[in-house]
Ligand binder design. Sequence first.
Ligand SMILES: [Zn+2]
Length: 400
Amino acid sequence: MHVGRLFTNCRLATMNPALPGLGVVPDGLVAEDGGRIVWTGPARDAPAFDAHHVDDLEGRWVTPGLVDCHTHLVYAGDRSDEFERRLAGESYAEIARSGGGIAATVRATRAADEDGLLAGAAPRLRALMADGVTTVEVKSGYGLDLDTEMRQLRAARALPFKHRIAVVTTYLGAHALAPDADRESYLQSICERAIPRVAAEGLADAVDAFVETIAFTAEEAARVFEAAKAHGLPVKLHADQLSDGGGAALAARFSALSADHLEYAGEAGVAAMSRAGTVAVMLPGAFLMLGETQKPPVELFRRHGVPLAVATDLNPGSSPIASLRVAATLACVLFGLTVEEAWLGMTRVAARALGRDEVGVLRAGARCDLAVWDVGTLAEVIAQIGPAPLWGRYTRGEWD
Ligand SMILES: [Zn+2]
């Protein structure tokens, strides 16, 4: 059988759910053609291939390219002053109420053009790629008016033309209320103008909202979700981060792809997420940087069989962390995830949180996005904070 490329002599962590754990294949082989995996498994079981290229990976570990399923990486401005204010004792909510927080990034983002947004996002994106990330989700939510939200989404959609990475976009108009905005008319404009336009122009793959005392109520988010569903867009939710606002249950009610944060989620909400198949996305970066103490109920997620993903929440305020590996390290240390949960959480389960089954896993038919690691065990990748032990990243038919 003729294929484009063969990857031989490697240890695969396929993340294939048909296999236990990380789906490890000790002496593995991957055959790629046209950017897709056409065959993978133990080398001894492989059919006879002839290939244009053969890459002998000399026994290295190969995982799917990593998937960062929750970022806000397209924005302008800098909020390190808030880091100092928080150190001096102000809370995130207090800073938000005094015109800082999301509103500060909104002012800077409204003033930036699409090229400026792209240029600003580039170093953050390169940092994620250096960690082996091949798919990244990018949210809007720093415009809070139709034009800027659309510009953010267009910039996110343009990233793959300049960088070798796949981007999934999420419209997050319901991130906060702009200081000058009227609550009811803004919600109306999200539901009646923004969502129809974003859907018609194909600018977003999903719709997100922030349910919190400093953002929107569960009832308001439900209106946004009704509009999203009416336009065929799946939903996700920033839920129960700083207080129990009924976010987990709301996400489940709308069969959300994911509910994210969830520090204050209770058992009824977790059980509802389980029934709905909603992924719980752990965002330990924000927990760390805001000095939070309430941890997400990881044991409840396990007991109810809710799949766990891990993401950076990369943003300029509460989680300025451009490393998915470090997010995984923090998820293990701060929230008690196992190494296996963290690995699945930044590959297969992260892909599920985006509604994508063609990434985050190595199996026939999946996109051939590979991260190759210079380590003895996969625990090494997340057991240290420092340079990524990444040997190579393969995507779109090329090595970096
Ligand atoms: Zn977020």
